[in-house]
Design a protein around this ligand. Structure first.
Ligand SMILES: C[S@@+](CC[C@H](N)C(=O)[O-])C[C@H]1O[C@@H](n2cnc3c(N)ncnc32)[C@H](O)[C@@H]1O
Length: 777
């Protein structure tokens, strides 16, 4: 079956004799060589699948005359129908909610080349070194290295369920085929979309074949070049037909058009017009004006690198510098932003635009806050952050990143890791990091375009717009994917490797829970997925390796990742956290999940101990279950405590190493089970000293997690129940917070406040902050 026409349509025809002229487009049938025939024969399942389905043919009335003989025109509606009825590959799921563990990294690494090919590396050759090829020369499932296609769209763009922009395009011989452009910028307005008649150069095309269609699939956005109307590479004939030919090619005409586009917020079109104006510009002064104007369009199109570059081409003006400062702020280069605003006396320039003063002052305040207060001192107004996170949807905050006493070093666990550079205390802030990129779980069309794309799309677009950010992400862990050294730009277009990005995102992304304050939780309650609003990529957070016996805890306020120590840490200790919550799962389950998702087996002390003798773990679990059933029928608190003591003693016999080295998760679980039962029982005669017993029991639970607590030696003479002092903090584990909450209420009732300081610390670990503790309690 030839592929010179859209496959959806070709596939509706009677069984093909291959090659065939039955699918002729506007050009005369092509004579295929026997070599081509051999290459072009579609796979058997393709033929079988296609020829059996006539329903589409009937519904679209296409069985008679596929292509109008003289005029080839696809109304958008038809394309929409065709695409809607055709089967789509399911949307790829790279990132995950930790509650629903993700696909294995092998699965996620090749999101769309699902026909057995290795990931395609982006083309790094300039167009000048590639040879033109034609549609009828394309070979299915082949990466046409060293070649490019020159095509003109015959339909406007259409977005499919795969999130690709789809167009049908013809070449100079008038063969047509479907083109799918992945990870392309979306227009903020319809005007910005790919229109009919747009001329594209597709570098190193890959002809993708799936059961129902064949299309050129462009995975790397750098492999398509959109040609402006006056581009010399556009064939003469197409140029003659282009509407823009008739326009007056003057700076003024293009500037007027650019301004119109700016007013309509069509920034990419405005940039294209400024580019054209610059081509016509005769004087340097005029170019300065145009660069400054284009910098504004770049800024609005979020191409911050280009905005800075344009301003830098001109002699300094207050407006240009303000734009540069805004671009630097958005690139999170706060220090340089402050420098541009402050050191260059922007606010004192006599020629400045007065209306810019407030903007500049506001920007300076924000940059100073992000860089000095937050970024350098680690001082955040956490209550305000919580409020912002509760208000914004999605909760993406505008705050600086604080990197505390940590640094990236080679890890004994694996590759690189994050280490503390000095001794820190449990609860200390180690990192408060703004996400590099976030994506939301639920599409919220009403919330605007920014919020509907997935994180891979958004990351690729962001990097494509701002190539200076590429190294921030490409250095992150990417498993066995063999990344090649890429130039920052080829043919002036940034080079981003989509497959590398997919791998990085799959292996480094974290899901972000909904804001934690009560108010915020009330607001999110109505949402279907109340546990997490999305996922994100954090540069520093990505270096933390896994351990079930972790020593830091992550929490989130909006898209700010907050990492606090959960134990006192000596200098040079590697930070670790569990990648998946262990919950009541077995070590075998945890190991399987870690392996399937991240490709490794955990060797922490908990896993080692459990695997030493898997029967022991099963016995421990049985003991906990037995305790649960034995205490169910008990009627006094003292009886329950006796049973718990019995179980804890039996469990203790199964551990060979101290709890400080191997946290005793089952002992902790057993005590929690007992405490739960205690809470259900009334006080009885003989339970007088019960408070003391319950405190002891709960402290014992913490000790099972490695806490070292000084209790008996510190009897407070004024109180029946002694205070306790935490000497060492243990493993952060689910259920810990309930014990701390109990201590707070219990001691508070006795008029003792000492437990509150501990509880504050614990809340800092859980929620990242303790400023909203009253609301949280
Ligand atoms: C988010 S990255 C962590 C940083 C990574 N070590 C690096 O060099 O950039 C996740 C990857 O680190 C490795 N890793 C993390 N924790 C590990 C562990 N406990 N044992 C073995 N490999 C681990 C795995 O290859 C995993 O896919």
């Amino acid at each position: 079956m030839p592929f010179g026409i859209p496959l959806e349509i070709a596939s509706l025809l009677p069984p093909p004799a291959w090659p065939s002229d039955a699918f002729a487009t506007r050009r005369p049938p092509i004579e295929y060589s026997s070599k081509q025939t051999e290459f072009l024969s579609p796979p058997t399942e393709y033929e079988l699948h296609d020829v059996t389905d006539n329903s589409l043919t009937e519904s679209l009335n296409l069985n008679e005359s596929l292509v109008p003989p003289s005029e080839f025109e696809y109304p958008l509606k038809d394309v929409a129908d065709i695409l809607e009825t055709a089967p789509h590959p399911p949307p790829t799921q790279y990132p995950w909610d930790h509650a629903t563990p993700p696909q294995s990294s092998e699965h996620s690494s090749c999101p769309r080349t699902d026909d057995g090919l290795p990931p395609l590396t982006p083309c790094i050759k300039p167009l000048a070194k590639l040879n033109k090829t034609m549609i009828n020369e394309l070979v299915p499932r082949k990466h046409h290295k060293e070649s490019y296609l020159l095509v003109r769209t015959v339909t406007p763009q259409y977005t499919t369920l795969t999130d690709a922009l789809t167009v049908i395009a013809e070449d100079e011989k008038r063969d047509v085929l479907m083109v799918q452009l992945y990870h392309q910028e979306e227009g903020s307005a319809a005007e910005e979309d790919v229109k009919k008649g747009t001329v594209l150069m597709i570098k190193e095309p890959y002809l993708r074949v799936s059961p129902r269609r064949m299309e050129v699939s462009i995975e790397h956005p750098c492999e398509v070049i959109f040609l402006a109307g006056n581009d010399e590479r556009i064939p003469e004939q197409w140029r003659r037909e282009s509407a823009e030919q008739s326009e007056v090619d003057t700076v003024l005409a293009w500037c007027t058009k650019a301004s119109d586009h700016m007013i309509r917020e069509e920034y990419r079109s405005a940039i294209a017009c400024y580019n054209r104006a610059l081509c016509c510009s005769a004087s340097t002064e005029m170019s300065y004006l145009l660069w400054t104007a284009r910098a504004d369009a770049f800024l609005k199109a979020e191409r911050f690198d280009d905005a800075v570059a344009d301003v830098d081409k001109c002699p300094p003006t207050s407006r240009g510098l303000l734009r540069k400062a805004q671009a630097l702020y958005n690139l999170r280069r706060y220090r340089e932003c402050m420098y541009v605003l402050g050191a260059q006396n922007l606010l004192e320039d006599p020629n400045r635009h007065i209306e810019d003063d407030q903007v500049a002052q506001d920007l300076l305040n924000r940059a100073t806050r992000c860089f000095v207060k937050e970024g350098t001192l680690g001082k955040y107004e956490f209550r305000q952050l919580q409020e912002e996170a509760a208000e914004l949807k999605p909760p993406q905050l505008d705050h600086g990143t604080y990197v505390g006493p940590v640094e990236i070093r080679e890890s004994k666990i694996s590759g690189r890791g994050l280490f503390v550079t000095k001794a820190v205390k449990a609860g200390d802030l180690l990192l408060c990091e703004k996400a590099f990129q976030c994506g939301t779980y639920n599409k919220q069309p009403e919330a605007g375009r920014e919020r509907v794309s997935d994180i891979l799309d958004m990351t690729i677009r962001k990097l494509h717009r701002n190539p200076s950010l590429i190294p921030h992400i490409t250095k992150l862990y990417h498993g066995s994917y063999e990344a090649v050294q890429l130039p920052e730009k080829v043919d002036g277009v940034p080079v981003v490797d989509t497959f590398l990005m997919a791998e990085i995102i799959a292996l480094n992304v974290l899901s972000c829970p909904n804001p934690s304050t009560k108010k915020a939780q009330e607001q999110t309650e109505a949402e279907p997925r109340s546990q997490a609003w999305g996922w994100g990529l954090w540069e520093w957070g990505s270096y933390v390796n896994h351990s079930c016996n972790g020593n830091v805890k992550r929490s989130f306020i909006g898209d700010m990742l907050i990492v606090r120590a959960t134990r006192h840490l000596d200098p040079n200790t590697e930070l670790t956290w569990p990648y998946i919550p262990r919950g009541s799962h077995t070590t075998a389950w945890v190991q399987d999940k870690l392996f399937a998702t991240w490709g490794f087996k955990c060797k922490c002390t908990i896993c080692e101990d459990d695997q030493r003798d898997p029967c022991v773990t099963t016995d421990r679990m049985r003991l906990v279950a037995l305790l649960g059933s034995r205490i169910e029928s008990l009627t006094t608190k003292n009886q329950v405590i006796d049973e718990v003591d019995w179980c804890v003693a039996r469990l203790a016999d199964t551990y060979q190493r101290p709890a400080g080295e191997v946290p005793r998760l089952q002992t902790f679980e057993a005590i929690c089970t007992g405490v739960e039962r205690l809470e259900q029982l009334e006080f009885m005669p003989g339970d007088d000293d019960f408070g003391l017993k319950e405190i002891k029991l709960r402290l014992e639970a913490l000790e099972a997690l490695g806490y070292v607590i000084d209790f008996a030696s510190r009897v407070d003479k004024n109180s029946m129940v002694p205070k306790f002092v935490v000497r060492e903090w243990g493993l952060w584990y689910r259920g810990v917070i309930q014990h701390w909450e109990f201590f707070r209420v219990f001691y508070h009732a006795l008029g003792q406040k000492f437990a509150e300081e501990y509880v504050r610390k614990v809340y800092r670990m859980v929620y990242g902050e303790d400023e909203t503790i009253d609301e949280l309690l």
